[in-house]
Design a protein around this ligand. Sequence first.
Ligand SMILES: [Zn+2]
Length: 405
Amino acid sequence: MRATTLLGKILGLKKTRILGVTIDDVGVVVDVAPTTRLPYCSSCGRRVRAVHDRYEGRRWRHLDLAAFQVWLRYAIRRVNCPRCGVVVELVPWAENGSWFTYEFEEQVAYLAQRADKTTLSTLMRIGWQTVGAIIQRVLPRHQSTDPLDGLTHIGVDELSYRRHHEYVTVIVDHVKGGVVWAHPGKNAETLNTFFTALGKERCAKLEAVTIDMSGAYLKAVTEASPQARVIFDRFHVQRLAHDALDEVRREEVREANPDDRSALKNTRFALHKNPWNLSTIEVAKVAQVQKTNQPLYRAYLLKESLAAILDGRQVNVARRKLLEWIDWATRSRLRPFCKLAGTVRSHLEGILAYVATGLSNGRTEGLNGKIRTITRRSFGFHSATSLIALIFLCCSGINLRPVHK
Ligand SMILES: [Zn+2]
């Protein structure tokens, strides 16, 4: 068997002829050409007769051969397409504009779903930035249906990345449990972009939307999809209670005499934890707070009882208890909780909708955790587009298989 025929079999490239092979300082360089004589236009995909010119020595990285990187080399033609003008030809081994073969890109995407940043970069011998660009190309090749079709119950979540300076808004499908849309930015404007993408007809089919208790979000949802039931994310409600507790604790620390101050400072973790997760020392700390600082202990109880109410499953019971809670918080003489009581009162129906349906962004908590891990892993990507591509690659049900299985 001739060396080029053997290499052709090993590389497994489709519609590609092997013309020759050399080894240079970058690795194995394989001279290739498409098996079809007439070039294809990379813009419209049709055959074109008129060749405009050629670029010598254009290279594409292919999967490694043992110790060597493999590069395909081909003098790519520019064609004069009657429809598209002068454009580069389409080659059978790579996507237009890419410096990597399809197989190489698929391998990178497969690893991006499963391996950490360093493993992937080291194994494939490429930079992390390049990974971002590659998965942006791979993703559309695996998205067959429109993910926005058939949505009924969705959740809106925003996450910060790049040291919390930038945001991405993510829409998850509560029914299928995957990410269906993501866009840079936060707030109502970004949410409106989603509803525009969804279109009137599909907006009308939404039955429930879980959101944070933000007025802007609420307005965006009720305008775009008035029939949908708005559910306030219970974890957002609880986060607000945690924030209020923190505020009370800080105030008490400020006003305490120096002796009590250091004792109070060390209570933060104990007060924020669920009571059944407390260690013996933490139990003692909470008991100490109960003895020495009534306002802070009251704040702790308010936080705890709100969580307990939200654990309930009977709407009527929860409604009565929430109203009692609002009353208690308002009379608590704790400013942060008075404020929270007002927020809970004005969002009562949406909070109770959680009790009725059990739907919250936390229900897809596994998914949320996964998205957050990916966001941390994406650190080093220059653009939100790469982060979004990675989120979709890992959290929208795309099933990749190894290239040569
Ligand atoms: Zn064309």
